[in-house]
Design a protein around this ligand. Structure first.
Ligand code: FES
Length: 78
């Protein structure tokens, strides 16, 4: 019998909020625009959350220049 602790199963895709910045997506996913165009991505992408990127839907770092603030945390769901 092994004493190795069980690791929780990793989800196929993870979306993480970055404080004062974009949404980081890791795993297996597709980014598709409203016309159905599929953007070429790797296993990690950063999507603009501030609305000011010149390369939407992706983040281009403009959030730093404009002082975008978003540090809220989700409330626990019942
Ligand atoms: S979140 Fe980075 S440019 Fe909008």
């Amino acid at each position: 019998m092994s004493n190795t602790p069980q690791q929780p199963e990793q989800p196929a895709t993870t979306i993480k909020t970055v404080d004062n910045g974009p949404l980081q997506i890791k795993g297996q996913f597709q980014v598709v625009d409203h016309d159905g165009t599929v953007y070429e991505t790797r296993r990690t992408a950063f999507l603009c959350r501030c609305g000011h990127s010149a390369t939407k839907p992706f983040c281009d770092g403009t959030h730093n220049k404009i002082g975008f603030e978003a540090t809220g945390r989700a409330e626990e769901q019942e």
